[in-house]
Ligand binder design. Sequence first.
Ligand code: PNS
Length: 169
Amino acid sequence: MEKSKNSSRCCVYPGSFDPFTIGHHDVLERAIAMFDLVYVSVLNNAIKHPVFSVEERVDMIQRMVDAEGMKNVVVTSFDGLLVDYAHAVGARYVVRGLRATMDFEYEFQITALNLHLAPDVETVYFMARPEHSFLSSSAIREIGSMSGDITGLVPDSIHNIIAERLRKP
Ligand code: PNS
């Protein structure tokens, strides 16, 4: 993969994104405003048993990026260590969202480990908006699989794909 030419303003926004929510969307928009180039990168991790395959998630996020005309966003997937991937694409920053209370300990741990592994890769957190604090991909999977209405919880441009897929047994 081609390395970013201006590595100081390039970030990786990693996650499971199973599926991508409006909370993720908000973090992505805020990252786009701050960085020249944002890699939205889906973790390829079979251990987590995701509902959506990596290909489905990459395709879904790419559709949203295209539909909304988001500039300077590259949608990818990655295996292995996040810091190795950040080095490979020339990103010195990792972006993550932080919801009130529930994310802190986990994020504190992975940031400390990532800093240990790669002191040159800094993690930047965007505080979730209060209206997104209740939101999680797992809640969307549960609501959608029971044919509940997920409108307003996932980006409009990919709502139908997510809703249809979750309704499948
Ligand atoms: O959306 P998620 O599941 O909270 O994202 C977690 C993610 C992808 C950021 C994290 O699992 C990750 O970075 N995995 C890659 C493996 C790695 O680098 N591990 C070392 C730090 S724990």
